[in-house]
Design a protein around this ligand. Structure first.
Ligand SMILES: Nc1ncnc2c1ncn2[C@@H]1O[C@H](COP(=O)(O)OP(=O)(O)OP(=O)(O)O)[C@@H](O)[C@H]1O
Ligand SMILES: [Mg+2]
Length: 266
């Protein structure tokens, strides 16, 4: 496995997820093995319904896998009881497509929320919130409500909130899918800066090859609940093996943006 000598930060072994539905059982994940190294930016790409969101939800155990093991930051999450799981989840920051900010709280108070829930002391909360808001360049907007922020600003609040409790891992599920191309580029650049500044492991779930091309070290392609191919991004682009990967690469080349995005963000 290509880990570049890094310690695994996320390890999935044989992860399966089945949902019971009125029309029968849906197998959303059918045995996923993944090892993501500490400090990597790892992409998971797949078409709609491939199982991407189910996979992220199984990594933080918002969904309990039907089978298999999930290990994050050296802890076997699948064996933990609910109290220990709550604590282990603090190692995992989540960034969402639709930001999931509380409309009734300012930017500052949205970022403070996870720290309040974790029982931090008020003075430490204030220090940390200002520190992360400065990092994402939102100090001036700290007293605005989500309705008074642009999409990109809202996502930067979402990222600041995810970073507040100093997680070991950041999970981004379609974090740029609701944003225009220019704002997308600025959010991808921010994620890259976070990775470089603090060596945070970042898992990026997307259906956009441009995101993978400009941001990720390695990528896994998921199709119908299975990883059909994975490797360093440049290798996958040069020699796509699965039909899904070929479709993604062709679509991106069609837009003429592979080399452009690669150049912008690297
Ligand atoms: N709670 C659920 N109950 C039943 N089926 C589900 C549930 N959640 C997901 N599924 C099914 O599992 C499969 C994978 O869904 P998932 O949301 O993980 O896909 P995705 O790759 O994230 O798609 P998209 O790109 O559209 O977000 C789909 O067939 C979906 O209908
Ligand atoms: Mg999804």
């Amino acid at each position: 496995m290509y880990l570049d000598g890094r310690i695994p930060m996320i390890e999935l072994s044989g992860v399966e997820k089945r949902f019971a539905t009125p029309s029968g059982e849906v197998a959303a994940l059918r045995g996923v093995d993944l090892r993501i190294g500490s400090g990597e930016i790892f992409g998971i790409i797949g078409k709609s319904g491939a199982g991407k969101s189910t996979l992220v939800r199984c990594i933080n155990l918002l969904e309990r896998p039907s089978a298999g093991r999930v290990n994050v930051a050296g802890r076997e999450l699948t064996t933990l009881g609910s109290g220990a799981l709550l604590e282990a989840r603090r190692e995992i920051g989540m960034v969402f497509q639709h930001f999931n900010l509380l409309a009734s709280r300012t930017a500052y108070r949205n970022v403070a929320l996870p720290l309040e829930l974790a029982g931090w002391r008020p003075r430490r909360i204030a220090e940390r919130v200002l520190e992360v808001l400065e990092f994402v360049d939102l100090l001036e907007q700290r007293d605005r409500y989500p309705a008074q922020l642009s999409g990109g600003q809202k996502q930067r609040v979402g990222i600041a909130r995810a970073l507040a409790a100093r997680p070991s891992v950041l999970l981004c599920d379609e974090a740029t899918s609701a944003l225009d191309p220019q704002t997308t580029a600025s959010i991808l650049a921010l994620l890259k800066r976070i990775n470089q500044a603090i060596g945070l492991t970042i898992l990026v779930i997307t259906h956009e090859m441009g995101v993978v091309a400009s941001l990720c070290d390695r990528v896994a392609v998921i199709e119908d609940g299975l990883v059909v191919e994975q490797g360093p991004v440049a290798e996958l682009f040069a020699q796509p093996r699965s039909a899904t990967t070929r479709d993604f690469v062709t679509a991106l080349e069609g837009m003429g943006s592979v080399t452009r995005t690669l150049r912008v963000a690297r």
